[in-house]
Design a protein around this ligand. Sequence first.
Ligand code: AMP
Ligand code: ZN
Ligand code: FE
Ligand code: FE
Length: 293
Amino acid sequence: MVGVRIDLHTHSNESDGTDTPAELVATAVAAGLDAIAITDHDTTAGWAAAERAVHDLAEPGRFRLVPGAELSCACPDGNGRNITVHLLAYLFDPNSAALAQEQSRLRAERRERLYEMARHMAADGFPVDPDQIMVGLPPDSPGGRPHLARALVNAGTVVSVDEAFARYLGGSGRYYLPRTDTPVRRAIDMITEAGGATVLAHPFATARGPVVTADVVAELTGHGLAGIEIDHPDHDPATRVRLRGLAAELDLIPTGSSDYHGTNKTIRIGQETTPPDSLDRLMARCSGSKVIG
Ligand code: AMP
Ligand code: ZN
Ligand code: FE
Ligand code: FE
């Protein structure tokens, strides 16, 4: 269908976005989108409220919600090092025991890490209060560096979240702390076993840090990876051309998404979109949960 607009990567305040799940749905509808996926980092806590918001819409059947999550994974980069990659997971069973346990572990670790990063900054005299940052999070939310970045903006230390990352919180920043991410093959297995499908998020977003080689993408495809995100704000036109070639070569499902984070980023929801055929292909692979609406 021509004109159908689908955004398969968005965050609510259950992780590090600023919209509540219901606001996320409202924002998407107001932007004229036909479907979004809610893909919070390491949590499915936003699914229920987002689903209710879809059911409460004035025009039933006009808008669809794809339940999902974004998983931080450890992955060999193809050049002898281990890096973090993000895996988008769609339409899996959130009650799958292995997956729920791993996500719970990651959330606990993320909270502790956020607190420690804030504590180190406070100890060095930055005007941030670690306890206040944690109090602002929904219960059991993973939190993330953008929460600390926002606190630094509010305190006037930096003018933007981006500046906080560039100066203090990025991978080579003074206050960066690592996490124990899930090995990527294990994450693919867990999502597949939970009836879902996986898409490698922003695979060649070099501005964020080190990325994997094309050989690694091929290897993950052999392990069950279903798709790759091509149209993402952090991919320039040449990178998109390269990724389109790779998707065709490996028969990976191509997706496009904004990676919307509310006011934590300047990206608009629906700024990048996924071809309807790609969503159909993803849905055909999944049995763990259903598209809402
Ligand atoms: P964390 O989950 O704590 O590792 O933080 C990662 C999140 O921070 C990502 O999902 C992005 O939303 C955001 N982020 C990562 N790098 C940057 C950056 N350079 N500038 C702004 N936001 C970033
Ligand atoms: Zn994020
Ligand atoms: Fe990501
Ligand atoms: Fe994201």
